[in-house]
Design a binder for this molecule. Structure first.
Ligand SMILES: C[S@@+](CC[C@H](N)C(=O)[O-])C[C@H]1O[C@@H](n2cnc3c(N)ncnc32)[C@H](O)[C@@H]1O
Length: 348
């Protein structure tokens, strides 16, 4: 299957899928040959069953749901290094031909923007109007699979995250007159379309920063004439304090910590808090280690994420800030597929 060569996110980025994969494999790369043999056989069975079910034209949503559940179990049972060896085997299996008819799976796997988790991929599961054409052009089987993948718990959680971001911006605008907001790794900033504060002209500015110039261009085009302004910039630039951004009542990062190893996440939180005004807050989100689509995402979507628990979020917060100077909160979204950390700057 043709796929764009893997490229770095940008010249300044700290994030590569290799980094994410290294994190997932853990410290040891040793593969137990017996376990590999056993798990390879289990994987082959799971994939063959899915292939046969597609050939029999069983309902596609149930096939993919069953497949995703079995891949999740296999991922959980296998040693991390063994699981890493299974991923390419799954991707090369003939069942992938059926799965690639789903526009969501295909976009994720092919990576037209050159990296995982780009904003257009999110538009597909946000069911944003900009992705409607792509879905409509897909085959009937592709649309049937999409009906499942776009409604899977992790996709529903991603849509809820978008609502939570818009709500948080609106709450900030109620708390502070002429509020200033910064979205780190803003993508297409689709939450802006849901914000009442933005449409009612209550924000002073809503700055979106992203490493992808295409996304930055789309934000500035789609939200022209509002308080939104998108700028090109990377996590690495923020860590180096390379930008003069000013101070904000709300800083948030959504769809970013899922790619950040702990050390980078801690440093980013520290820098973000420097950009938060006293009384302001930093919000960050992370897909949780309770998701059950992880096996499907890592194989057929080639979309590895660093999954975190509430304890992991607390660990990052406590490592980054003096807890006497902040009020912090960690909470899950409604289906627990995404976990959020919120840090309010009280000042010391
Ligand atoms: C999963 S999308 C999230 C988009 C948006 N925040 C949302 O929640 O819909 C991830 C975004 O992070 C951006 N990104 C990834 N690595 C980055 C980095 N090192 N610096 C800045 N942006 C980055 C990507 O360009 C992409 O737009």
């Amino acid at each position: 299957m043709a796929r764009n060569a893997e490229v770095k996110l940008d010249e300044h980025s700290l994030i590569t899928s290799k980094l994410v994969k290294r994190h997932s494999a853990g410290s040891s790369d040793t593969v137990d040959a017996d376990e590999l043999k056993e798990r390879t056989a289990q994987l082959a069975l799971v994939l063959d069953l899915a292939h046969q079910a597609f050939a029999r034209k069983e309902p596609a949503g149930s096939i993919v749901e069953r497949l995703a559940g079995r891949l999740h179990d296999l991922r959980r049972r296998a040693a991390p290094a063994v699981w890493q060896r299974l991923i390419p085997l799954a991707q090369q299996h003939r069942v992938a031909e059926y799965l690639m008819e789903d526009p969501f799976t295909r976009w994720s796997f092919q990576k037209p923007r050159g990296y995982s988790g780009d904003a257009s991929l999110l538009d597909i599961y946000y069911k944003h109007r900009s992705a409607e054409g792509l879905v409509a052009l897909s085959s009937p089987l592709g649309r049937e699979i999409y009906a499942y993948t776009s409604e899977a718990a992790s996709s529903a959680a991603g849509r809820e995250r978008r609502n939570i971001l818009a709500r948080t911006v609106d709450e900030t605008a109620r708390r502070v007159k002429h509020a200033e907001v910064l979205a780190i790794a803003c993508g297409h900033l689709r939450e802006a379309e849901l914000s009442e504060a933005l449409s009612e002209g209550k924000l002073k500015r809503w700055v979106g920063l992203d490493q992808d110039p295409v996304s930055v261009g789309i934000v500035n085009r789609d939200l022209a004439g509002t308080a939104v302004e998108a700028v090109e910039g990377s996590v690495r630039g923020i860590l180096r304090r390379a930008y003069t951004l000013g101070a904000f009542d709300l800083v948030y990062a959504s769809g970013l910590y899922d790619y950040l190893p702990r050390a980078v996440g801690v440093r980013l939180l520290q820098r973000a808090m420097e950009l938060v005004k006293p009384g302001g807050e930093f919000l960050f989100a992370n897909f949780s280690d309770e998701i059950t689509t992880d096996g499907y995402m890592e194989t057929f979507m080639d979309w590895p994420l660093i999954l975190r628990s509430a304890d992991d979020m607390w660990d990052i917060i406590k490592a980054a800030v003096d807890m006497n100077c902040v009020e912090a909160q960690v909470f899950y979204g409604s289906n627990r597929n995404i976990v959020y950390g919120k840090v309010l700057k009280r000042g010391c």
